[in-house]
Design a protein around this ligand. Structure first.
Ligand code: FES
Length: 104
């Protein structure tokens, strides 16, 4: 079993929004989908150096601001060119309004 680490409060993220979080040397993106589901991925695009939270988030898909690559934030799957590598996602748990992720 891994370690569960707090990354943000649910209240820090508006529904339909994504925020950057830096913790334990990781650059993370924390998403709150319409309907309330929380997802966490790496925040650095797998194509080149860009922060995904500088891009556009809609319907569970984040679009990179640099070359318009897209990822499904629930699975990390790259959805279109120029993305060739999927995004790392993290297991999420919400406890007392706090968002936790599992680190190996
Ligand atoms: Fe994200 Fe190129 S850096 S698509």
């Amino acid at each position: 079993a891994g370690n569960w680490v707090r990354v943000a409060s649910v209240d820090d993220v508006e529904e339909g929004a994504a925020i950057p979080v830096e913790t334990m040397g990781l650059q993370l993106a924390v998403y709150r989908l319409q309907g309330g589901q929380i997802c966490v991925t790496d925040n650095i695009c797998t194509h080149a150096f860009a922060l995904l939270t500088d891009g556009w988030f809609e319907n569970g898909v984040i679009e990179c601001a640099l070359h318009a690559g897209q990822f499904d934030v629930r699975t990390g799957k790259g959805l279109c060119a120029p993305i060739e590598e999927d995004l790392r996602t993290y297991k999420v748990r919400v406890e007392d309004g706090e968002i936790l992720i599992e680190l190996p």
